[in-house]
Design a protein around this ligand. Sequence first.
Ligand code: FES
Ligand SMILES: [Fe+2]
Length: 365
Amino acid sequence: MIASTAINPEHYVSEDTFQRELENVFKQHWLFIGFKDELANHNDFLTLEIAGFPIVVQNFNGELSALLNICSHRKARLQTASKGNRPLRCPYHCWSFKEGGKLAGIPGNNQEFQLDEAQKEKLSLRQFAVDSCGDFVFVRLAPEGQSLKEFLGDCYGMLEDFSDHFTDPVHSGKYQWQSNWKLAVETVLEVYHVPGTHPDSFSHLAKAECDIISVPPHNLGNTPLLDAPKKWWSGVRKQLKLIQHPQLNEYNHVFVYPNLAIGITNGSLMSVQTYDVIDRTQTVLHYRLRMLGTAQGHAKDGALKRAVVANFSDFNHTILEEDRLMAESCQQSYAHTDTAAILGKCEDRIRLFHDAWRNDMETRP
Ligand code: FES
Ligand SMILES: [Fe+2]
């Protein structure tokens, strides 16, 4: 028998497991927050919440700081949007902050507080590690830990390479799934579900087979594309004057533990997804689609490009909705079963994901 056994269902519903995951998984590893071009200008920012724990990454004169997104005064959120460009100034009473989370200004300090420099220093925002690999920006909540390069290991060079090619951000969005984050992740780690879940969508794109490579705690999967989508993409590249990625021509997929999935279709389109934790049964799927750049920058924004982007954005939406229904279905069942799921050969990336998870949950206190 080559089948393996999945994580027990209780770990998809238990509050105790969820709290341990926050400590042992999400607070330990580097988490993807966005792309450098989303943070290119002074005061550009991105926010991320991990089970409500709020983080902001902001550009201060070209330098990125990752900070706790909670005002030191009376604890309002500093940045309330998921991305944008504005000074790091609290909307409540207008305290403002600068690089490294240091206080930049307190309205009426002399009359209201009379805080001296040393006291202001103590009111700096908590700061976290931030680093990038190519255009991918990551944060780490734990003060100590592996460097981003050590953590990404074999994936480091891949992400640098993807950054060189997929430079054109064409679409992004978020969906809320009523499922545990692990169930959401598991939907992208196998193609065994394709004929059942995606009979009229992904089935027309790729075969239900996969070459799996383990690069712990991460893993890779390559799935052959059918001829029709290859032809379609070849036509698109010709029309938009795009040059295909030289090595990637199938559906090439990289999973960066714990919650980043990167799928590349025919060396032409990169889909980047994170599964952000809300609570034990809710996850936000945040996707970003990026196309190949051209020698001149990005493909011209004409009618053809708009039609192409609309086409694969619709396709992406359909597939994610189909996956959501299955993840939510399993989530509902997991409260009523105590026998673990069984995983076949084609689902071996889920076993690898579970091995990494078990390692975190068992080896850390
Ligand atoms: S809570 Fe932020 S300035 Fe008052
Ligand atoms: Fe799927």
